[in-house]
Design a protein around this ligand. Sequence first.
Ligand SMILES: *[C@@H]1O[C@H](CO)[C@@H](O)[C@H](O)[C@H]1NC(C)=O
Length: 340
Amino acid sequence: MYSVSSFFLLVGLTALDGVSAWGTLGHATVAYIAQNYLNDATETWAKSVLSDTSTSYLANIASWADTYRTTTAGKFSAPYHFIDAEDNPPSSCNVNYARDCTSSGCSISAIANYTQRVGDGRLSAANTAEALKFLVHLLGDITQPLHDEALDTGGNDIKVTFDGYTSDNLHADWDTYIPQKLIGGSTLADAQSWANTLITQIDSGSYKSVASSWIANSNINAAVTSATAWASDANAFVCSVVMPNGVAALQKGDLYPTYYNSVIGTVELQIVKGGYRLADWLNKIHAADIAKRSLEGRDEKLESRMAKAAPLPPANKPGRAQLAREAAGGGCGCDKHKRH
Ligand SMILES: *[C@@H]1O[C@H](CO)[C@@H](O)[C@H](O)[C@H]1NC(C)=O
């Protein structure tokens, strides 16, 4: 029933989703949740940095970094979407910045870099917008457990069947197909509606009592420590939820519905955390850097913090998963979601 053009559109979107962390649905949902919790001053600033006063100012750019990494100019940023924790799931899960972040960078070093750059004030408008677009994307990525895991290239090499699709991989299912199964689509309207449901859960539902714990360790002056805590939090789910019985157990039959039912609560939790943390992070950057500068003019403490270059990632050897990614052409090696 599909017309030829919508067929190509679907293929195109699938290919784009293949290199995403959360797919477009997940990233836009994180962005809409964040929009809800930005204070007025931060919202005004973000709209002006992005030159977008629409009601989707963060959602519109939430997947920009996934497109950018596929370009020649943006290739350097491909490692920024994940950290390859060299742990040993399901028996032992952990993230170690010095061990796992390679000299090409990782999500943690990139978050520290763009946190410093977005508030710097000395960068061009384009560089400031770039930094904000990266933060909107990477604070989503870091909550996806398989973006904090080296095993089988973050699960990209784990072939599974999900909902009748026999050549899926576990990573793509977590990014895209499990969320889409829940919501039934991947448009901005779908994301807004999912975000609204989750926002209600924060304001008056099951997340109300825990939301403050998601931002308890968020300190923009210690961005590496903060982002490492977020990565560790997500990575722990690799052992407890993503593959509690190891890889082979995931390859015994269709992951829908039993596995889906066992993970969907964690998928929602990680999306909602990403959005809530992003808002808090941007509010803090705005208050500490942008508002302070415009109120007081030149601020020596702020200037001296900004004059320090963002921390370089540890000069590590490339890890196993990084070498595998490079061998696969730098992409994630994701399979297309095809029904057989
Ligand atoms: C920080 O971001 C800039 C601009 O994208 C990039 O050129 C630089 O390599 C990054 N530095 C680190 C340490 O990630």
